[in-house]
Design a protein around this ligand. Structure first.
Ligand SMILES: NC(=O)C1=CN([C@@H]2O[C@H](COP(=O)(O)OP(=O)(O)OC[C@H]3O[C@@H](n4cnc5c(N)ncnc54)[C@H](OP(=O)(O)O)[C@@H]3O)[C@@H](O)[C@H]2O)C=CC1
Ligand SMILES: O=C(CO)[C@H](O)[C@H](O)COP(=O)(O)O
Length: 469
């Protein structure tokens, strides 16, 4: 019998997604560049193997599918996606649908969708989040592309998605690159959330002298409160884990140099291009880059000899919890601000409340707070998530903690760049009269750029006569 859908790329995500699709009762044909991977995949699929058609060639994959066809790509971003599309095109009919479910730079998705439209063919860019476990048992799914193409495959995506209550965490975000843009911002928030947690861990380890097991206890406790989220939960788990090789805490044997595949950087670049600052995300991307400069940091340690100092212990754990809460709200406010700016720039009409709803389960940034964010954004136009009453109240209660943690870190020589960026953003956004009057005066002085006055409309120049550059 012809398969309902095809999938190319049986790596970590593709294999898990294919099993999920088969488990939900759909017949799926699969292809992998390395054939032995396909063979092993089917051999390990157990009972689900009856719903899976392994294919050794793309021709066989195409022949195995119901028409009009739908084929998921789950390969690395960039050239592999373009190459796969080039290989597939001669084999496909005009109304066959290619769906890129990997992480893609949304500019690539816009380009590929436009090329498909030129051919009269549909193309979807679909963000999938949840890692291997999510892909296998229920990811969050962010669709982008022609709505009618999404509607063709939505029953499959909604069936395999995570559920928040009875609602599937899968929805259409908008045309062309909208789905991949939303996934990119999801990952940017993921970077900032993870970095802020790592900074709090740094204060616990280097400022309070806590062991990984003590750290684990705190994160486990926090996961029962307002910070409840997947990332807080797994932080407790990784902090508790023991290295089977040495018997040491796992955290103590992992190098402090973080990898990245690019989605956080894409978010930061778009934030800068759109003039929608995402400073906590930018700081998190920078922190990952700096983490990889291991020998340079060792040289700095030798030259300055400024080891971390103890931070005042009393009440610090509560302050750290408050700092994470406030930092998280500021970081999500930046993420949603960026989504709103992109929606306007690209004419996508992104469903802001709908995005928060899709992120409530299945994805890496799922957290108890996202349900409240969905409610806040569906209750009417929100200028800034930090100003929505329930989040403004939480910030009023937690901002002192954030301030005290950033100051304690600075005094104890423990870096907190993402938390500090979140605090800087919060302080900027509640300051009605800032200091850009100084910038304007300087710009006018050296470049005659002009400025607006507080008391008289129009463009003005300052009395710098004879002193301009
Ligand atoms: N891992 C994760 O947590 C998540 C990953 N993603 C995204 O999903 C996509 C896949 O990631 P993941 O499953 O982790 O990656 P893996 O490295 O585990 O698997 C990559 C797959 O792509 C295939 N592949 C690689 N290069 C090519 C190529 N040039 N042509 C054809 N096939 C190729 C590989 O085939 P072969 O066996 O022949 O090497 C393999 O099947 C990426 O876009 C990633 O960013 C999205 C969400 C979460
Ligand atoms: O999309 C994901 C999670 O949502 C992937 O795990 C992604 O690889 C994470 O990004 P990075 O590799 O840059 O840490």
């Amino acid at each position: 019998m012809a398969a309902d859908i095809g999938l190319i790329g049986l790596g970590t995500m593709g294999a898990a997604l294919a099993l999920n699709i088969a488990e939900k009762g759909f017949d799926i044909a699969v292809f992998n560049r390395t054939t032995s991977v396909t063979e092993k995949f089917v051999a390990d699929a157990g009972d689900l193997g009856s719903r899976i058609t392994p294919c050794e060639t793309l021709e066989a994959l195409v022949a195995a599918l119901k028409t009009p066809r739908a084929i998921i790509l789950m390969v690395p971003a960039g050239a592999p996606v373009d190459e796969m599309i080039d290989h597939l095109l001669p084999l496909l009919d005009t109304d066959d649908l290619i769906i890129d479910c990997g992480n893609a730079n949304f500019h690539d998705t816009v380009r590929r969708a436009a090329a498909a439209a030129e051919r009269g063919s549909p193309y979807l860019g679909v963000g999938v989040s949840g890692g291997e476990e999510g892909a296998r048992h229920g990811p969050a799914i962010m669709g982008g592309g022609p709505k009618e193409a999404w509607d063709r495959v939505a029953p499959i995506f909604k069936a395999i998605a995570a559920r928040f209550g009875s609602s599937p965490c899968a929805d259409w975000m908008g045309p062309d690159g909208a789905g991949h843009f939303v996934k990119t911002v999801h990952n940017g928030i993921e970077y900032a959330d993870m970095e802020m947690i790592a900074e709090v861990y740094g204060i616990m380890r280097d400022g309070l002298g806590m062991t990984p097991l003590q750290v684990a206890d705190v994160f486990d406790r926090w996961n029962g409160g307002p910070l409840k989220s997947y990332l807080i939960e797994i932080t407790g788990m990784v902090s508790r884990a023991i290295d089977p090789k040495t018997g040491q805490p796992m955290l103590d044997v992992i190098k402090d140099s973080a990898g990245q595949k690019g989605t956080g950087r894409w978010t930061a670049i778009e934030a800068l291009m759109l003039g929608a600052p995402a400073t906590a995300i930018e700081a998190a991307v920078a922190a990952r880059n700096l983490s990889s400069r291991v020998s340079e940091r060792a040289e700095g340690a030798r030259i300055f000899d400024l080891p971390a100092k103890p931070v005042p212990a009393e009440g610090m754990i509560d302050r750290l919890e408050a700092a994470l809460l406030a930092g998280k709200i500021a970081c999500y406010a930046q993420g949603f601000g960026l989504l709103a700016a992109a929606s306007k720039e690209y004419g996508w009409s992104l469903p802001m409340g709908g995005i928060a709803r899709v992120w409530r389960a299945g994805c890496i940034i799922r957290s108890a707070m996202l349900d409240d964010m969905a409610t806040a954004m569906e209750g009417g136009e929100v200028t800034n998530l930090m100003f929505a009453p329930q989040f403004a109240d939480r910030l009023k209660r937690s901002e002192t903690g954030l301030r005290e943690v950033v100051s304690a870190g600075a005094l104890a020589r423990i870096p907190t760049p993402a938390l500090a960026a979140a605090l800087g953003y919060f302080d900027t956004m509640h300051t009605a009269r800032g200091t850009a009057n100084m910038l304007q005066a300087q710009r006018d002085f050296f470049g005659a750029h002009g400025f607006e006055r507080v008391d008289t409309p129009g463009a003005h120049h300052g009395p710098w006569g004879g002193h301009e550059a």
